[in-house]
Design a protein around this ligand. Structure first.
Ligand code: ASP
Length: 354
């Protein structure tokens, strides 16, 4: 009740926003307890029960919604992303819809948020993903507060795809799940929060609220999931890249060491990478370090990687770069155009000199 009063007194105006919820499952809609010996089962609670579990929400918004899937987000896939994009395209063009909240498991929420960020071009309305670490019917659940934060993000007039979690609102293509148990499960990586909930309401810190989109809203929902993510370890065998070629992957993302290191004196990977790019496979390189950018011009090995035709991932998160690769390969078959797509910043996924 306290939070409801705070939201009502704080940011919610007389005219209630119209918020549509798309439910996909996750622990927020989970059943079971972790303390009595039974395990959680994600995604069991249907959308109507989810909404009625937080009666305060009806006081602060006109709510409609539908169930898209009922899964734990470990089973999230491009099919569900396409279904979500289809619904979002229709909903966001309806004048009366102020924003959409997507309830989602936390495990792959950052991938979904990034994928939707590319598929929904020039968004002028908010699409806010949220979830929970504990099911909504449990005493210590964070579900209610996270839903309220997502609703507050819609009400704040923000635009774009966002993740709302633990009182923070962050850009969808910057969010990463960094904790398995803590309520502060998400961080905004190498980008400030868009907003934060304080005692006196939502503080917008780095929002694009009220900004005009550069071009009209457009659904660009073609994806190619023939993308492999390779995390290097000391001693990665170069031949593994031959297998990727044989398996028909069209895109490879390499999580390299530090600023962009790969083996090149022992177990030299470079000839294999060159072979892949010569065969038209797009390769993008990001860092295993969570924070700050990779920079392929910093070390000799990085320059050699660029000579092999790889795409620098700069400060993109792994989730943002993998989904950008899927999206880019869905837009074009031409590796040169894939490079051009990576040279552009679409939704704040990459910063620095492009
Ligand atoms: N395994 C769950 C899921 O991602 C975790 C969660 O929702 O927090 O669906």
């Amino acid at each position: 009740a306290t939070l409801f009063l705070f939201l009502q007194a704080g940011s919610f105006a007389q005219k209630l926003p119209n918020i549509h919820i798309l439910a996909t499952g996750g622990t927020i809609a989970g059943t079971g307890t972790s303390t009595t010996g039974s395990s959680y089962r994600a995604g069991q609670v249907a959308i109507n029960e989810l909404i009625s579990a937080v009666p305060e929400l009806k006081e602060i918004a006109n709510i409609t919604g539908e169930q898209i899937v009922k899964i734990g987000s470990q089973d999230m896939s491009d099919e569900v992303w396409l279904k979500l994009a289809h619904y979002l395209n229709e909903l966001l063009q309806r004048k009366e819809v102020d924003g959409v909240v997507i309830t989602h498991g936390t495990d792959t929420m950052a991938y979904t948020a990034s994928a939707l960020s590319y598929m929904l071009q020039n968004l002028t309305k908010p699409v806010v993903l949220t979830g929970a670490q504990i099911p909504i019917d449990q005493m210590f659940t964070d579900a209610k507060r996270n839903l309220q934060t997502a609703f507050a993000a819609v009400d704040a007039g923000l635009s774009g795809v966002m993740v709302a979690f633990d009182d923070k609102i962050m850009g969808g293509c910057r969010a990463v799940k960094v904790r398995t148990m803590g309520f502060d499960a998400f961080e905004s990586i190498s980008a400030p929060y868009i907003g934060k909930i304080y005692a006196d309401g939502v503080h917008l810190e780095h929002s694009r609220a009220g900004e005009e989109a550069a071009a009209p809203f457009e659904l660009k929902n073609k994806l190619c999931t023939d993308v492999f993510l390779m995390k290097l370890i000391p001693g990665t065998r170069p031949e593994i890249f031959d297998s990727l070629l044989e398996l028909g992957y069209r895109g490879v993302v390499i999580e390299a060491f530090g600023a962009g290191g790969t083996h090149f004196e022992r177990r030299n990977l470079l000839p294999k990478l060159k072979k892949l790019t010569d065969h038209g496979v797009s390769i993008a390189v990001c860092s295993q370090c969570l924070y700050e950018k990779s920079d392929l011009s910093l070390y000799e090995v990085g320059r050699k990687l660029l000579d092999c035709g790889v795409i620098p991932g700069r400060d993109m998160t792994t989730e943002a770069i993998v989904t950008k690769m899927m999206w880019a390969l869905g837009q074009t078959e031409d590796p040169a155009e894939v490079k051009e797509i990576f040279a552009r910043n679409y939704c704040g996924e990459v910063s620095g000199r492009l």
